[in-house]
Design a protein around this ligand. Structure first.
Ligand code: NDP
Ligand SMILES: O=C1O[C@H](COP(=O)(O)O)[C@@H](O)[C@H](O)[C@H]1O
Length: 499
């Protein structure tokens, strides 16, 4: 099917000089433009404080694309659609002027009143901006209006409810696009296709045949220059509440009756509703945490988390989380979903491993054959693809088995994938497809689950630091699986070492 062009639209980008806009949004929009997927009738208005005017802004965007994207001869034409307003979002008087600019561009580019409001700035401003957009008439338009909102969506359930109530005064739920960039990743989107387009997987996709599922997202990076945000949030809120729980929902959901936004979301929500709530006294049994110490990464010494800029020297913030989730429904009763994420780990890798149950009997034991469990590995990044681990006969005279891998890999276009994820999500949002954005019900249910864990962790001092930068995380993470008789399928194990 040929990809459709997006409808004529205006993108009003708050936080136009920020890191996210520069590294991800401009290169992604440019890719859409270059591929001919962006309507010729588009305009972008950037809002921030530090630049002076259109010219300054266009150079800024150009620089972003030349640094983080690919330059081509269409760049000048692309940036001619960019406009800027220097504006402090807490200053109520600036919105009238912004409305005039937006209305003028609407006419100039024949945008039919279609408006995307993208909030790529600190969450403390989300409510204020949404309120002004309505009060000052920017949301009064004949076309569509959509609010794209970045993470974090709240700090806990209560703050998320408050934020949601604020933005709902100006936008309907179906007009709100809550970004979870993992949902824009090629292989995360592929989970659904692997499951629902292959007769060999779906009949086995349940507690009769699967022993456990593991989702790992490890990063080499530390907190970089985001410590002010990160130290108040930690890995549980930064990665687990959103990305990891979204992946679990996609792995565990029932087949939707059709591939519409509502049907898919409704199945994901059912998974989150079936998630077994952890009681405060059970937190240690189900979740463990870590914080990195100094160590070596790629031959370079890196500091401990507590020595990073803007991190408190006695910080109790976790940079690593591993947990066990149980889904109490007919399909998944008794199957643990293990999740693990951490900063300053040995490798950048996001991977899902589905471990199938052992067959009832090993007929080949007499020749010393150890049968490895069958595994389906979904490589999300940096490699993209799937690997199926099977046992076959070792070539030769005796009936001996040997493990093999059937491998499908698609080389990722952008190495780390993230710009591509934003490109897909921007494209979806412009076309009004909210499937790969999180619904309020999903946000609320995942905060409800997470809140018990964070409350317990905040009340107790973590035994930190407890893992070296450049390692695979703290010992307690391995112990979490070992007590259930499993181990993490890291690269060494996947490459033949026994688990
Ligand atoms: N960076 C990333 O990789 C990711 C970021 N996010 C989320 O995206 C959002 C933006 O993050 P990021 O780009 O890193 O943040 P930055 O701190 O880099 O950028 C913040 C932006 O907001 C603008 N701004 C700040 N205060 C005001 C104000 N009072 N009035 C007008 N503009 C203001 C800044 O511009 P100026 O100073 O010129 O006014 C700047 O453009 C956050 O919610 C973050 O959690 C999510 C995932 C990844
Ligand atoms: O949302 C976030 O994700 C990134 C990791 O994203 P990836 O696409 O590189 O896997 C993480 O570094 C960041 O802390 C978090 O806010």
């Amino acid at each position: 099917m040929k990809q459709q062009k997006t409808p004529a639209s205006l993108i009003l980008l708050f936080g136009a000089t920020g890191d996210l806009a520069k590294r991800k949004l401009y290169p992604s929009l440019y890719n859409l433009f270059e591929k001919g997927l962006l309507s010729d009738r588009f305009a972008v208005v950037g809002v921030a404080r530090r630049l002076k005017g259109n010219e300054d802004f266009r150079n800024w965007v150009k620089d972003s694309i030349m640094t983080f994207g690919e330059r081509s001869d269409q760049l000048e034409e692309f940036i001619s659609h960019f406009y800027y307003q220097s504006h402090d979002v807490s200053d109520s008087s600036s919105y009238t002027q912004l409305k005039q600019l937006v209305d003028r561009l609407d006419e100039q580019y024949r945008l039919e009143g279609n408006r995307i409001f993208y909030l790529a700035m600190s969450p403390e401003f989300f409510g204020t901006v949404a309120g002004h957009l309505k009060a000052d008439g920017l949301t009064e338009t004949n076309g569509f209006k959509r609010l794209v909102i970045e993470k974090p969506f709240g700090h806990d359930l209560q703050s998320a409810i408050e934020l949601n109530n604020e933005i709902r005064k100006a936008f309907l739920e179906e007009e709100i696009y809550r970004i979870d960039h993992y949902l824009g990743k090629e292989m995360v989107q592929n989970i659904e296709v692997i499951r629902f387009a292959n007769a060999i997987f779906e009949p086995l996709w349940n507690n009769r045949y699967i022993s456990n599922i593991q989702v790992t997202s490890s990063e080499i990076l530390g907190v970089e220059d985001r410590a002010r945000y990160y130290d108040k949030n930690g890995a549980l809120r930064d990665m687990v509440q959103n990305h990891m729980m979204q992946i679990v929902s996609l792995l565990a959901m029932e087949p939707p009756i059709r591939l519409t936004t509502d049907e898919i979301r409704s199945e994901k929500v059912k998974v989150l509703r079936a998630l077994r709530a952890i009681k405060p006294e059970e937190v240690h049994q189900f979740f463990v945490r870590g914080q990195y110490d100094q160590g070596m990464i790629n031959g370079k010494e890196v500091p401990a988390y507590r020595d990073e800029l803007n991190v408190s020297p006695d910080s109790n913030t976790e940079t690593f989380v591993a947990g066990k989730l149980l889904i109490d429904n007919f399909r998944w009763a008794g199957v643990p979903f293990y999740i693990r994420t951490g900063k300053r780990m040995r490798k950048k890798s996001t991977k899902i491993v589905v471990q199938f149950k052992d067959i009832p009997m090993n007929l080949y034991y007499k020749n010393g054959s150890h049968l490895n469990p069958n595994l389906l590995v979904i490589n999300v990044q940096p490699e993209e693809g799937i690997t199926l681990h099977l046992n076959v006969k070792k070539t030769g005279q005796i009936m001996e088995t040997t493990p093999i891998k059937l491998n499908f890999s698609t080389n990722s276009i952008d190495g780390m994938n993230t710009p591509e994820a934003y490109e897909k999500l921007l494209y979806d949002c412009l076309r009004g497809d909210a499937t790969n954005f999180t619904h309020w019900d999903e946000v609320a249910l995942s905060w409800k689950f997470i809140d018990t864990i964070s409350t317990v962790w905040e009340q107790e001092k973590g035994d930190f630091p407890n893992y070296q930068a450049g390692s695979t995380g703290p010992k307690c993470s391995d112990e979490l699986l070992a007590k259930d008789g499993f181990c993490w399928w890291s690269d060494t194990e996947l490459n033949g070492k026994k688990c």
